[in-house]
Design a protein around this ligand. Structure first.
Ligand code: UDX
Ligand code: UDX
Length: 466
């Protein structure tokens, strides 16, 4: 076969993904990489985003993503704004549009806003002329698939759509690695023949690179609920350790030693026990709010209250952190230059959604501090998050320039670069007394103390010079 014939070979399957965000983009890039005989198209209503996916400068920063996209793009991976054409030619449609917390009406602040999902279902009906498998990739409230199945089945064309749930567990910053080697892939379907066949088709995609025993198949509802529960459990571990970090600070215990001691118990496990200023990200808060809302809607008040506490502790932790900064800086921040090292909600991403840094900044501004924000990837997003107070904040990518003349440094994101700075040099350029509040416990506190800083970690004794 010559290369021209090869190019014209029909693809074995045509996969479409609606929504080219943090989830849809990387997931489809890896599927395309691993399934070269499938044509994978990603569409989005946001033309700018698609333009970026087609350019050398991808719209999101993820380690390893550039390489994956470069290998597959134009070969069997395509980014487009033509939703209608994409739907027409696809056998399998992943829906990865956003499902934010509702900001209006019934369930405002708690329930998921499914307007984009429903609109997408309607588009699928309008542009389909044959049977398709619809894969729920967005995190959705349990039973959404049922609603979608109903909407899709109401089509007047007699087309059969089978809805399958395949929640995504990737974490930002490690998305490519998580997709290449997931702990598990979850696929939920109806127990009917068509449901099982559809699930098998989705299993067939992942089986290209994931050992079969790591691909779990469940009922549709278990799959949907598992996604919310996985995020709730992860967030709960962080709130658990953070709630105890407050107690450690009162008792001179060390939260890292406690995490190590309890994490050595294989029943507890050592991951996700890093005390911090609190969790951020697009998922944890939204999904717990959603879980709480669902529990309340079934009148399960205790279940709802239990999970709601995870969010309350998270708020408490970031307020507690700012409270400590104010107290230690002699109860006034007016006119003081306070520098945030990190604005992203975690390291290795430019994403700032629900980042605790947003509320920390606003609290500092209320105290009339001069806030300087430094971050290697997240300053563009930070500017958007703080658009209403942009003129009160300085954005400075260079940490040394940011720290010059500062009174306090607040480490809010665990970027590796902050571990490696020359703190001796930084100390020299700061106003005295100089403070470091390590909201991620990533710095060498003893060394900083030796240099002359007053050091305030999370959940550990402070190192001061008083
Ligand atoms: C989102 C949700 O937040 C998450 O709950 C879900 O699991 C997957 O989708 P993410 O990919 O991080 O996660 O969201 P985002 O980066 O906002 O991407 C969603 C994309 O869908 C956006 O690019 C948006 O333009 C697009 N979209 C939205 C459509 O193409 N059509 C729509 O009707 C609505
Ligand atoms: C999370 C889930 O991990 C992932 O499976 C799901 O698909 C989406 O939501 P993500 O939000 O990208 O992923 O990042 P994650 O690594 O879970 O971190 C979430 C937040 O918790 C971050 O702000 C992080 O800094 C914080 N965190 C994490 C802690 O404060 N302490 C820890 O020990 C771990």
């Amino acid at each position: 076969m010559n290369s021209e014939e090869e190019r014209l070979q029909p693809f074995e399957k045509r996969i479409l993904c609606i929504g080219a965000g943090y989830v849809g983009g990387p997931t489809m890039a890896v599927i395309a990489l691993k399934c070269p005989t499938y044509k994978v198209t990603v569409v989005d209503i946001n033309a700018r985003r698609i333009e970026q996916w087609n350019s050398p400068q991808l719209p999101i920063f993820e380690p390893g993503l550039d390489e994956v996209v470069q290998k597959a793009r134009g070969r069997n991976l395509f980014f487009s704004t033509d939703v209608a054409a994409g739907i027409r030619e696809a056998d399998i449609i992943f829906v990865s549009v956003n499902t934010p917390t509702k900001s209006f009406g019934l369930g405002a602040g708690a329930a998921a806003d499914l307007q984009y999902w429903e609109k997408t279902a309607q588009q699928i009906i309008d542009h389909s002329d044959g049977a398709k498998i619809i894969v729920e990739k967005s995190t959705v409230p349990v039973k959404t698939a049922e609603a979608m199945q109903r909407i899709l089945s109401s089509n007047q064309k007699g087309i059969h759509f089978e809805v399958v749930s395949n929640p995504e567990f990737l974490a930002e910053g490690t998305a490519v690695q998580d997709l290449l080697e997931p702990d598990r892939v979850l696929i939920g379907s109806l127990p009917t023949e068509t449901g099982k066949t559809a699930a098998a088709a989705i299993v067939g995609i992942y089986a290209h690179w994931i050992p079969r025993e790591r691909i779990l198949t469940t009922s549709l509802w278990s799959s949907e609920l598992s996604k919310l529960v996985a995020n709730a459990f992860l967030a709960q571990r962080i709130s658990s350790i953070n709630s105890l970090s407050a107690l450690c600070e009162e008792t001179q215990a060390d939260v890292t030693e406690i995490a190590t001691a309890i994490g050595a118990d294989s029943r507890i496990g050592s991951k996700f026990l890093n005390a911090s200023i609190g969790f951020g990200g697009s998922c944890f808060k939204k999904d717990i709010n959603n879980l709480v809302y669902i529990a309340r809607s079934y009148n399960l008040q205790e279940t709802a209250d239990y999970w709601e506490m995870v969010l309350k502790i998270n708020d408490f932790q970031s307020r507690r952190f700012v409270g400590k900064v104010i107290r230690q800086l002699f109860n006034t921040l007016v006119g003081k230059r306070i520098v945030l090292f990190g604005f992203a909600f975690k390291a290795n991403t430019g994403d700032t959604r629900e980042s605790p840094a947003i509320s920390v900044t606003r609290q500092l501004l209320e105290e009339r501090a001069r806030v300087v924000i430094s971050d290697p990837q997240a300053l563009d997003n930070a500017r958007l998050d703080l658009a209403d107070v942009e003129n009160q904040v300085e954005f400075e990518p260079d940490p040394y320039r940011a720290a010059a003349g500062a009174r306090a440094l607040l480490v809010l994101t665990e970027w590796d670069l902050y571990r490696k700075l020359d703190y001796q040099l930084i100390f020299q350029g700061m106003e005295k007394p100089a403070f470091i509040f390590d909201g991620r416990n990533i710095l060498d506190h003893a060394r900083l103390h030796e240099i002359g800083f007053h050091v305030f970690p999370i959940g550990k004794p402070a190192l001061t010079h008083y």
